[in-house]
Design a protein around this ligand. Structure first.
Ligand SMILES: Nc1ncnc2c1ncn2[C@@H]1O[C@H](COP(=O)(O)OP(=O)(O)OP(=O)(O)O)[C@@H](O)[C@H]1O
Ligand SMILES: [Mg+2]
Length: 310
């Protein structure tokens, strides 16, 4: 089931400063499935926050269509089952962590008992129980983000929108937030995440989309993004020039004693290579796809700048 469907969505901000306005999101189409962690990536100003804001009904859509849990964002029903951790949020510092959760619960008009019960559960989930009665002005950035995650979940949402949840958080704090996100996903919820920290997104996300200048530059699973164009490494004891690889199979990228790299036309062609090696009685030790990091994939996409949706 899709929790988010976006078709040709566009946002133009009319600032009066620039003729024709600023096109922040430009004809983007994508869907997000229930139960996945979906990462929205892109350089500064690519349109990530604007896309969030359109989905959440915070800013209007210039053209195209968005559906969130079966409703257009302009329908308040679409927001009943979602949670949101905004970018650069400013929670009232005089409140305690528990106070913030109570305030958010009241905004959702939840019963007092439900707020009490869920606050206790959520503070436990984000490992903030022992800081529940401490004022937020004493919290570190990591603690603020954890309590921010908890407030985003007070209404037991099905979908969580997290805009830069680990921004400014140190590595230990980030690891804790990553664990909480995984627990939330394991609980059957959908997480839609904006982040600059690609190594983190790589570890936690199921699928990612890269936005660039408001356009969708690339979308796919983390695996698809990090597989280097169907290149495989084969480790074996190669003693001689082996065989020519026909064009319809792929091409040899490099061959040295012990290591061969081939680029294939499609995945299934690896069988042809293995069969050919085995016919020559070569002992194969390892066959593995060559991977790049999500960061490398991101940089390649963004610097090529004109890649179509793949
Ligand atoms: N309220 C606004 N009025 C006018 N222009 C805006 C407004 N909000 C965003 N923009 C512009 O729209 C573009 C996209 O901004 P947006 O904040 O969506 O990008 P982003 O990908 O979230 O960036 P970052 O990584 O810095 O958070 C930018 O050019 C930005 O200056
Ligand atoms: Mg942003």
């Amino acid at each position: 089931m899709n929790v988010v469907t976006v078709s040709d969505i566009t946002k133009v901000y009319n600032t009066g400063m620039q003729k024709g306005g600023i096109t922040a999101v430009d004809c983007v189409s994508l869907h997000i499935e229930s139960g996945e962690i979906f990462g929205l990536l892109g350089p500064n100003g690519a349109g990530k926050t604007t896309l969030f804001k359109m989905l959440l009904g915070i800013t209007g859509v210039t053209s195209g269509e968005a559906m969130l849990l079966g409703y257009p964002p302009s329908n308040p029903k679409s927001r009943e089952r979602i949670g949101y951790l905004p970018e650069n949020h400013r929670f009232p510092e005089h409140l305690t962590g528990l106070g913030l959760l109570q305030l958010t619960g009241n905004m959702y008009k939840l019963d007092k008992e439900i707020i009490e019960k869920r606050s206790a559960e959520l503070l436990e989930l984000v490992d903030m129980t022992k800081w529940a009665s401490t004022k937020m002005k004493k919290y570190s950035k990591g603690m603020l983000q954890r309590v921010g995650l908890a407030q985003a979940m007070i209404n037991d949402p099905e979908v969580l929108f997290l805009d830069e949840p680990t921004d400014g958080v140190d590595p230990i704090g980030r690891a804790e937030i990553k664990n909480v996100m995984q627990k939330i996903r394991d609980d059957g919820k959908t997480i839609i995440l904006n982040s600059h920290l690609l190594s983190e997104v790589e570890m936690v996300a199921d699928r990612v989309a890269i936005l660039q200048n408001g356009k969708l530059a690339k979308i796919g699973t983390v695996d698809e993004m990090t597989n280097k164009k169907l290149q495989y490494e084969i480790q074996a004891e190669f003693r001689e020039t082996l065989f020519d690889i026909p064009e319809e199979i792929g091409k040899l990228q490099s061959l040295s004693r012990g290591r061969m790299v081939v680029e294939l036309v499609d995945e299934s062609k690896i069988n042809w290579v293995i069969d050919s090696l085995r016919r020559k009685k070569i002992d194969i030790r390892v066959v593995k796809p060559i991977k790049i990091t999500l960061e490398q994939s991101f940089i390649e996409t963004v610097s090529s700048g004109k890649e179509g949706v793949s």
